[in-house]
Ligand binder design. Structure first.
Ligand SMILES: NC(=O)c1ccc[n+]([C@@H]2O[C@H](COP(=O)([O-])OP(=O)(O)OC[C@H]3O[C@@H](n4cnc5c(N)ncnc54)[C@H](O)[C@@H]3O)[C@@H](O)[C@H]2O)c1
Length: 264
């Protein structure tokens, strides 16, 4: 049976753990060869080694144009021109607008928005040589709505969603598709450093503790829920889909429950 990414070479940023790692594993299962890229070198090397000859690790700080150039050269040399780029790497910080140093916003925008911008620039030529490609930008439900405490992260992810739409329009003529996925969750390691403080703030509101099940499915998203959505956007199954936002959150942001209206 043909695999869904047979013959495809993909670069996945932030693939040393979490959603990026899960995506690298799904891609290899579907026949892709993958450049596992991250700044966590030891973990990244372990992920790539566990995927055998179908994956190779490379240190790639997404904020560094030279790292991008070197990564694209390396993957082309090792496998072939990349036909898929997953801009997954990101960082989080938490705090009120009133209390947060603007330098935090600068740092988050550099990684979460400028990083993907540099990535898109770096793959245009190889994707043109291939006659097309698919770029998947991993945003968040924080790119669909706003909430308190994450203004810097939210700003960077809305920016990424806008970048995706502009890029989809500019690059469509080259057969390059650009889409966004907006996961409702991800790796708890990303949010863990901020949890103690959050739990302290929530101590009198136990029903809202961060490990609560998420309605209406009453479960949290699994990394493979996100990886499978990324896989679909990367594959030719979505060949006429570009410039879109795929929200993967079990209807969490779909709307509101109307009290008194029929419910089931
Ligand atoms: N964790 C969540 O709750 C959640 C929710 C919605 C969306 N997301 C998004 O999903 C994506 C994956 O995050 P995750 O949940 O797997 O968290 P994660 O922290 O495990 O993954 C992020 C990865 O990016 C890497 N990274 C950070 N800065 C980098 C840089 N400058 N260059 C290269 N790599 C860098 C990290 O080392 C890490 O491996 C991110 O875009 C994130 O914003 C996460």
């Amino acid at each position: 049976m043909t695999q869904r990414l047979d013959g495809t070479v993909a670069i996945i940023t932030g693939a040393a753990r979490g959603t990026g790692e899960a995506t690298a594993r799904r891609f290899v299962e579907e026949g892709a060869r993958v450049l596992v890229a991250d700044v966590l070198d030891e973990q990244g090397r372990e992920v790539a080694a566990s995927l055998g000859e179908h994956a190779v690790y490379r240190h790639l700080d997404v904020t560094q144009p030279d790292d991008w150039k070197a990564a694209v050269e390396a993957v082309t040399h090792h496998f072939d021109d990349p036909g898929v780029l997953v801009n997954n790497a990101a960082i989080l910080d938490v705090g009120s607008i009133a209390g947060m140093d603007p330098a935090v916003l600068t740092r988050l925008v550099a990684v979460n928005q400028i990083g993907p911008y540099l990535g898109i620039q770096a793959v245009i030529d190889p994707m043109k040589r291939l006659g097309g490609g698919s770029i998947v930008n991993v945003a968040s439900i924080d790119a669909i709505e706003g909430s308190n405490g994450v203004a810097a992260y939210t700003s960077s992810k809305w920016g990424l969603r806008g970048l995706s739409k502009a890029a989809a329009i500019e690059l469509g003529r080259h057969g390059i598709r650009v889409n966004t996925i907006c996961p409702g969750g991800g790796n708890s390691e990303m949010v863990a450093p901020f949890m103690e403080e959050a739990i302290e703030r929530l101590k009198d509101m136990t029903e809202r503790l961060p490990d609560r099940p998420i309605p209406p499915f009453n479960r949290r998203g699994q990394l493979d829920d996100y990886a499978n959505a990324i896989l679909w956007l990367a594959s030719n199954e979505s060949s006429y889909v570009s410039g879109t936002d795929l929200v993967v959150d079990g209807a969490f942001t779909a709307g509101k429950v109307e009290p008194g209206a029929p419910f089931s």
